[in-house]
Write a protein that binds this ligand. Structure first.
Ligand code: ADP
Length: 340
């Protein structure tokens, strides 16, 4: 899917890797977060200590992994990468933590999906660079303290609210990443086009920027599809062979089923069910999730933030509600109401 939250193939992973900004200066947008991170890294460097633990919160594709890599790179430290789902037991975390080299940056993606037992071990590790390892079972069990090398934890989560308070409190700094505006997305695309040595019209860039759900990952992905389309379909020769114009963007967007707001199939499915089956709501998250056959967490952390941001949906204490703009955009007529 063109808007699926995560990279979909090895090819896309490699493509993303090639386009990742390597420094804070190259990282587009998120001005506040960049300034805050810069300060945090400089202060640590002046005091010659490991930077504070950092929590990065926000929907997929906004640059959390990229920032973790930048933190390591800018502070001249190596980076270890893991993810919540890979940490099923406290032992998995103990193995990871005890193998860190001094000063290393440990990135844990989807940190809210780590096992509970590991979470508790992480509290102590973050605070005191120490863990207690349980040996044996039952009455004979003892715990052996183990000192760790100092490290900086960078955690990423699609929703900070899913983290238990004691874990959230142990991060020295939490950054909430926002969706990017069109001008920022154009800069992301310009940079990508330059790195890929693509010849893209201004209008084409602007059009992609307006259709990528405020998300750099999707912007780059659309650019890649549009590039393919232009390569196959333009008849130009010489220098302009493969040049990307607005027509290629429109054709590729149509082919991949992205509408004029950048909504994808799942976004539209959620909105249509909300409008047509539940008369615009209010309807509870779980009911909505079951109706579209998705997990509630995906609806809440991937689909809804953007629908809220563009004003199609609101969250109320009684449930999700479609806005008047949603009724207009989908051209659905409300039961019991006439248009004129
Ligand atoms: P997340 O970890 O939040 O899902 P990533 O850091 O993997 O997102 O970013 C996805 C892709 O989007 C990366 O390959 C990167 O090239 C691009 N990207 C993200 N944020 C930016 C940014 N601020 N400037 C330029 N490119 C970005």
């Amino acid at each position: 899917d063109i808007v699926s939250p995560a990279p979909e193939s090895e090819a896309e992973l490699a493509f993303e890797g090639a386009l990742r900004p390597r420094s804070l200066a190259e990282f587009v947008g998120q001005t506040r977060v960049r300034g805050q991170l810069q300060l945090l890294l400089q202060a640590a460097s002046l005091q010659n200590r490991t930077p504070d633990h950092i929590l990065l919160a926000g929907p997929p594709g906004l640059g959390k992994t990229t920032l973790a890599m930048i933190v390591a790179h800018e502070s001249g430290r190596s980076l270890r990468m893991s993810s919540g789902p890979a940490i099923q037991h406290a032992g998995d975390l103990a193995a990871l933590l005890s193998s860190l080299v001094p000063g290393e940056v440990l990135f844990i993606d989807e940190i809210h999906r780590m096992a509970r037992s590991a979470e508790e071990m992480l509290y102590l590790a973050m605070e005191d660079f120490r863990i207690d390892i349980m040996v044996g079972k039952g009455a004979g069990a003892t715990s052996i303290p183990l000192d760790l090398a100092p490290f900086t934890l960078v955690g990423a989560t699609t929703r900070a609210g899913l983290l238990p308070n004691p874990l959230r409190d142990r991060f020295g700094f939490t950054a909430h990443l926002e969706f990017y505006d069109d001008a920022e997305l154009e800069r992301v695309l310009e940079r990508a086009a330059r790195l890929l040595e693509l010849d893209v019209d201004r209008g084409a860039l602007a059009e992609i920027a307006g259709r990528c759900r405020g998300t750099p990952r999707i912007a780059n992905r659309l650019l890649r599809r549009v590039r393919d389309y232009a390569l196959v379909h333009t008849s130009g020769s010489g220098d302009r062979r493969g040049a990307v114009g607005l027509d290629a963007v429109h054709a590729a967007l149509e082919l991949y089923d992205v509408d004029e707001l950048g909504l994808d199939r799942l976004d539209r499915a959620v909105m249509k069910i909300l409008l047509e089956r539940f008369d615009g709501g209010p309807v509870g998250l779980n009911t909505l999730a079951v109706s579209v056959g998705e997990e509630a967490e995906t609806i809440e952390s991937v689909v809804e933030p953007f629908l809220v941001r563009i004003g199609l949906l609101t969250r109320t204490p009684r449930g999700r509600v479609a806005t008047p703009a949603a009724w207009r955009h989908f051209g659905v007529q409300r039961a019991g109401q006439t248009l004129f």
